[in-house]
Design a binder for this molecule. Structure first.
Ligand code: NAI
Ligand code: A1CAB
Length: 282
């Protein structure tokens, strides 16, 4: 299969992470055109990634131009901007091009309604570790999206992460665990490093210890999937009446487990609320 032409409309944190993953997986830079709002950010991103970046500010109809030649179009703008962007590019798209949104809360139906009838659509929920080849993606195909389109997008994203094709009702739950999830791990790292500094470590050393520990623990989690679960791996570190036991007892006393579950559920609930907000008559 020849590599598809790809448009990345909006090149912030998420589309940037996807782009880094695509390039890291060997997708040729010349197959990719991105867009940004300002000329300055287009230049900075072109220098950063080595792909063509058109700015809305300086190139007339930048999004339409990027979309027109693409086989796959990733929409990487904020949720309230997705349907407007769909309307903007709908007549420029090739009829068989697949439009993949990365936005939380924007449903397949909302995108289908904003595009021309029959345009293939995919709703995705990726996460930023795609940038380092270790992402997670949930995706739901639209009504006019055949298996070939789904496989094409799954293959592109699957080169830098694990892809799960899910019914749309499960995308918000995936958002709560995996879409927002990297932030939970970074939050843990922030506080582990801060504790190290409070105990007298050099800040750079403390940050390095937290990062490498979470990295190593993550690798162990993945490599032990199906044999040793997270609770077992935790028990393996926890000597009776030892240091880790004291830490875990302290976490339990603060009900950290419930706090983490509530946080992940709050992310998912917020996604559903945003869907409601976007559906409300303007
Ligand atoms: N940041 C994350 O970890 C994740 C984000 N998402 C989704 O990704 C989408 C983007 O979020 P972020 O990347 O975090 O936001 P961001 O603010 O970093 O990126 C959005 C970019 O789009 C640009 N933009 C806005 N309107 C544009 C237009 N009309 N044409 C071209 N460029 C335009 C903005 O200037 C900005 O650089 C959101 O819908 C979010 O729900 C999904 C999963 C994870
Ligand atoms: O915070 C957000 O709304 C986006 C969606 C998932 C991760 N970041």
């Amino acid at each position: 299969m020849t590599a598809p032409k790809i448009a990345m409309l909006g090149l912030g944190s998420m589309n940037g992470a996807i782009l880094a993953g695509l390039l890291g997986a060997g997708v040729p830079a010349e197959n990719i055109t991105a867009t940004t709002r300002t000329a300055a950010s287009a230049q900075a991103k072109a220098d950063q990634y080595g792909v063509q970046v058109l700015a809305e500010e300086s190139t007339a109809e930048a999004n339409q131009r990027a979309a027109a030649s693409a086989d796959v179009v990733f929409l990487g703008v904020k949720p309230p901007q997705i349907t407007g962007l769909c309307a903007e590019i709908k007549d420029a798209l090739k009829p068989g091009a697949v439009v993949a949104s990365v936005a939380a809360a924007v449903t397949v139906a909302m995108m289908e309604q904003a595009l021309n009838p029959g345009q293939p659509v995919i709703r995705t929920m990726p996460n930023t570790p795609l940038s380092v080849g270790l992402g997670v993606v949930g995706l739901t195909p639209g009504r006019s999206t055949d298996q070939q389109h789904t496989e094409q997008v799954a293959q592109l994203l699957g080169a830098s992460g694990r892809v799960h094709v899910l019914p749309e009702e499960q995308i918000d739950a995936l958002t709560g665990v995996a879409g927002s999830g990297p932030a939970y791990a970074f939050y843990l790292a922030e506080h582990m490093a801060a504790a190290g500094v409070e105990m007298g470590l050099d800040p750079q050393l403390a940050a390095d210890l937290a990062a490498q520990t979470i990295y190593g623990a993550g690798k162990m989690l993945v490599e032990n999937l199906g044999t040793h679960d997270a609770a077992q791996l935790r028990r393996n570190v926890t000597s009776p009446n030892g240091t880790t036991q004291k830490a875990i007892e302290t976490f339990d006393a603060a009900d950290m487990g419930s706090a983490i579950r509530s946080g992940a559920q709050a992310s998912s609930t917020r996604a559903a609320e945003i869907t409601e907000e976007l559906s409300a008559p303007q």
